[in-house]
Unconditional design. Sequence first.
Length: 232
Amino acid sequence: MAYTIKAFNERMKKIKARRKEALKNVDDLHVVLQRGNRKTGVDCWTVSLLPVIDCKNCKHCKLECYDLWHDLVYPTVVWDRCRNSAIHEKDPERFWHEIDLQLNANFVSELRINVGGDLQGDDFMWVAWLAKENPQCDILFFTKSYEDINAYLDKHRFPKNVHPIMSAWNGLEIVNPHRLPESHVLYPNGETTAPQYGATYCGGNCSECHYRKTERGCWGLKKGESVIFNAH
């Protein structure tokens, strides 16, 4: 469902005000990881930034952003995202090191980065560092920052416990020379961005798919393969 520009601007105004507050107090704040839930599964922790503000390539999807309209309706979620966003901007090294500390403190074996927001620039280097520091933890992320992740992969490779997926959207040309796995959308009218040869359907529970990753799911996708989600 697409929302109006007016509603979008009103929502963003409130979020930006809270983020400004977080930036003022950034030295007293800490990164927030969320425990697994009904959607991600009990074992899949998440750490997220802000939609739109921390997304580099969202002009085609921002008015239909599920995270913006359905997750950031809760004041506690808005504040958690705002402080993560503020720390990520002001001190990215601290941002990633605090994630590392929490992975170890909570014995995390599955981490999904960015239910909302996106990675860009040096973030991909930090994800690789995080994975090397935590070989016991599988790390999954979706990104529309095609240019930045391609630049990273032109010179580097992720550790085996990193599972990067390029996220497609209607009207957005995906650029994937390294043949990373892709995620695609199935719209209510039957239209889809998925390739004609097909894709694996989302199982709806990240932990379940992680447990069965040799059979199906995002964690087990290989180069050139795709996963498909119903538009939501």
